[in-house]
Design a protein. Structure first.
Length: 255
């Protein structure tokens, strides 16, 4: 890949907590339009790496580049403004707001209109139209007027992804979108992630191998804070090192 094909890149990222290296010399590249999964056992450093990418955590050493720009010293909100957006393992939603209100706030904030987010939806046709499209895209139309706290957990996960997409990301970081979602609701997550816009590059962290192997075109395996290997899903499924430390006897013939 040429430099223009890379939208997100890390250089030798290290994060130490006391004497523990949570990430250890991590260099990865995410291609334009990527469907890239980051997998590994618990404690491998996956969420720490996402926190480093988004500026929530400051690296001990190393750099982060977004769309050719060094963003290592930028705060999280500046990175969002440049197109690097994430979801979280645990819902970060306003429990009393409805999906429609939440999306209106996100869209208005993106357009520097957060000071008027509370106005009736019909007073801003463009915001209303975009919110309606997002509700349909993420299978939330029937939940539009329901307080978030009353929604099924799978729908709340979908709302989080919808809010991230409302920020118009160039790179979307999905941190375990299927975590805690009941099996009966998981197909919605798989289908929605698979249908994300092709021009959005996605880096997915996930333990659900059904989701990972149905979604990813490239996979990076992190173990003990370091990159063990990288390849296609078929290569990762057949790799004896990966099987030994993570996949074990999991059925991965779907690749």
């Amino acid at each position: 890949m040429t430099g223009g094909d890379i939208v997100l890149r890390t250089e030798h990222l290290v994060k130490r907590f006391g004497g523990i290296n949570a990430t250890n010399d991590v260099s990865i590249s995410v291609a334009r339009g990527a469907r890239h999964a980051l997998i590994g056992p618990n404690g491998a450093g996956k969420t720490t790496l996402i926190n480093l990418l988004t500026g929530v955590t400051v690296p001990t050493s190393g750099r982060v580049h977004l769309l050719g720009q060094d963003i290592s010293d930028l705060p999280p909100h500046r990175r969002v403004g440049l197109g690097l957006v994430r979801t979280f393992q645990i819902n970060q939603l306003f429990a009393s707001l409805t999906p429609l209100q939440s999306l209106a706030l996100a869209v208005a904030s993106r357009e520097n209109g957060a000071h008027r987010w509370w106005r009736p939806m019909g007073s801003d046709a463009a915001v209303a139209a975009e919110c309606e499209a997002l509700l349909q895209q993420f299978r939330l139309s029937e939940q539009a007027e329901r307080p978030t706290r009353e929604m099924p957990y799978g729908k709340r996960r979908l709302l989080e992804i919808a809010l991230a997409v409302a920020c118009k990301p160039r790179v979307l970081l999905l941190d375990e979108p299927a975590a805690g979602v009941p099996a009966a609701e998981r197909q919605d997550i798989l289908d929605t992630v698979a249908a994300l816009p092709a021009d959005v590059s996605v880096l997915l962290i996930e333990h659900d191998m059904d989701l990972v192997f149905s979604f990813a075109k490239t996979m990076t395996v992190l173990v003990n804070g370091a990159v063990l290997t990288e390849g296609t899903p078929a290569q990762i499924a057949a790799d004896p090192q990966v099987r030994a430390v993570y996949l074990g006897d999991m059925e991965v013939v779907r690749v």
